[in-house]
Ligand binder design. Structure first.
Ligand code: GLC
Ligand code: CA
Length: 546
């Protein structure tokens, strides 16, 4: 496999609104991020995925962009953004800009022009259709944020498509002028010295609207290749495409080296399998290890020699990792460390979502008005109107709502967790007095230092980066274990995914293995035996015979 500089990199995702507020208005901002660069450097990460900071009316917290080349006033200025890029670079950290080009804000000048008349030169930047024969919407496409995916424009008597909110009109990627504008904009960002792009819902740009094919449309890969050639392909940038629809076969198309598309895709198989077939994320299924193992193994195997995996348990759209896959209670620390070890010992590029490194948890606000996320708010109204009860919908929001990940970063035990001196835009998780960065820094055994160690190991041991993934103890219902193998080196990774004490029978040929314990969340183990007693959520990685 051809080596790339970002293969041993670790990405840290910042959701700017919730990271650090520097001026007391209750909203995180760029100067707040700059003030925490030393913290991130100490953690050892190399890339920051920066959720959108562009100018935006914030209907979807910045995923609705009204100017790609200006910064939202509440986040700062372009001068501050350039300073962030420069100050990060001094610490060997590169910024991945979150690029949202499936849609813009309805306040983007292109859309304002498009609304003016049917023959406006910008009309065709968006997707318009005449009403259906009965005068209604062109087809029954439903928006991901509730309601119809079509919005009626009185003035022209036509509908425009919006896969997300009505304030996020979809761009028309069948119009070559859109390509030209987007490519030029991307090149201007690259010229500012950014490290690359995270590409929002990139699988939707090739859509075939009339056939109602939204994800994975026939032009998708041609559009990405064209973008690669016109922009980031000329340099050394890293690109990660968000693709909810991707199968392993798609991922090989996106991330195969000779394809010249993206560095990697961010796919959600391991997340979606715990959603209900009908109610989706709003009715969550309990975590179940067997299918989780099967999915991870499927991706590790499919992308073993071609393509590259993104590794993550959480992001700004998902519940907190420890709440979803571990234990928020008694075993919060042990399970958060276990999850970290598991993630960082798989093959691919690990992503740490802000707060994950201190084991932040989900929130359970009782009333809907504590919530801010447009998706939760819209779907709450829609589902209640369909007869779903308040309790059931709140359960769904508690389990999978996006605000779980968006409560303010917990820096210390001062009021509002040290995130702001003002009133935060969303209520701080009440557990900040115990769970915060200051406490984690002061505790040598904290989740935070465990993450720091894992990030450092990746730089030191090529087996973690390039070693083949080989499942072991495949049928075990409570333990997820695998080997990584590179040349003569073998790394054995064992994770107890339960709160139980287990006696683990070791396969015969491994019983005399011994070596160096690279990381563990209980006493380090340097050898195996006929069987070993695993503690709740115990995990360790053993480097054999070096
Ligand atoms: C992506 C983003 C999400 C956003 C949506 C629309 O899924 O991660 O936060 O709401 O795209 O841009
Ligand atoms: Ca602020």
């Amino acid at each position: 496999m051809e080596k790339k500089w970002w293969h041993n990199a670790v990405v840290y995702q910042i959701y700017p609104r919730s990271f650090m507020d520097s001026n007391g208005d209750g909203i995180g901002d760029i100067n707040g991020i700059i003030s925490k660069l030393d913290y991130l450097q100490q953690l050892g990460i190399n890339l920051i995925w920066l959720s959108p900071v562009y100018r935006s009316p914030m209907d979807d917290n910045g995923y609705d962009i009204s100017d790609y080349e200006d910064i939202a006033a509440e986040f700062g200025s372009m001068a501050q953004m350039e300073s962030l890029i420069a100050q990060a670079k001094q610490r060997d950290i590169h910024i991945l800009m979150d690029l949202v080009v499936n849609h813009t804000s309805d306040e983007h000048p292109w859309f304002i022009e498009a609304l003016k008349s049917k023959d406006n030169p910008y009309r065709d930047y968006y997707i318009w259709r005449k009403p259906a024969a009965d005068g209604g919407q062109p087809n029954d496409f439903h928006s991901y944020f509730g309601g119809s995916g079509w919005a009626f424009d009185e003035a022209s008597g036509e509908y425009y498509l919006h896969q997300f909110s009505v304030r996020q009109p979809d761009l028309n990627w069948e119009n070559p002028r859109v390509h030209g504008e987007v490519h030029a904009m991307m090149n201007r960002w690259l010229a500012k010295g950014i490290g690359g792009f995270r590409m929002d819902v990139i699988d939707l740009i090739g859509k075939e609207v009339d056939a109602q094919i939204m994800a994975n449309g026939k032009n998708l890969h041609a559009l990405i290749r064209q973008m690669n050639r016109a922009t980031f392909g000329k340099g050394d940038a890293v690109t990660v495409g968000e693709a909810w629809s991707a199968t392993p076969a798609d991922a090989l198309l996106y991330s195969g080296v000779e394809r010249e598309e993206l560095s990697m895709v961010f796919q959600f198989d391991h997340i979606k399998q715990f959603w209900d077939e009908h109610a989706g994320k709003w009715r969550s299924k309990p975590f179940e290890l067997a299918s989780f193992k099967a999915v991870i193994e499927k991706w590790q195997t499919a992308l073993a020699h071609q393509g590259w995996n993104s590794l993550f348990w959480s992001n700004h759209d998902l519940p907190r990792a420890v709440s979803k896959f571990g234990d928020e209670g008694e075993f919060r620390v042990a399970s958060a460390k276990m999850l970290a070890t598991a993630l960082h010992c798989l093959k691919g590029t690990p992503y740490i979502y802000q707060g994950e490194e201190i084991g932040m948890t989900n929130v359970r606000y009782e009333t809907i008005d504590e919530y801010r996320d447009i998706e939760s708010l819209n779907l709450y109204q829609e589902r209640l109107a369909e007869g779903v009860s308040h309790e059931e919908m709140m359960q769904g929001i508690h389990a999978n709502g996006r605000d779980n990940a968006r409560t303010p970063m917990q820096w210390d035990d001062s009021p509002n967790a040290g995130f702001t001196t003002g009133t935060p835009w969303i209520t701080v998780n009440p557990n900040y007095r115990e769970i915060n960065v200051a406490a984690a820094l002061a505790e040598p055994d904290s989740i935070l230092w465990h993450y720091q160690k894992l990030v450092a190991l990746r730089k030191q041991y090529p087996v973690l980066v390039y070693g083949d993934f080989q499942p072991v103890l495949r049928e075990h219902p409570q333990v997820f274990a695998w080997l990584r193998a590179l040349d003569s080196e073998r790394l054995l990774v064992i994770n107890n995914f339960t709160a139980e004490h287990l006696t683990l029978d070791i396969p015969h040929q491994m019983q005399n293995w011994h070596g160096e314990c690279l990381i563990s969340n209980y006493a380090p183990r340097d050898r195996l035996a006929v069987s070993i007693e695993l503690q709740p959520y115990e995990s360790f990685a053993l480097l054999i015979g070096r």
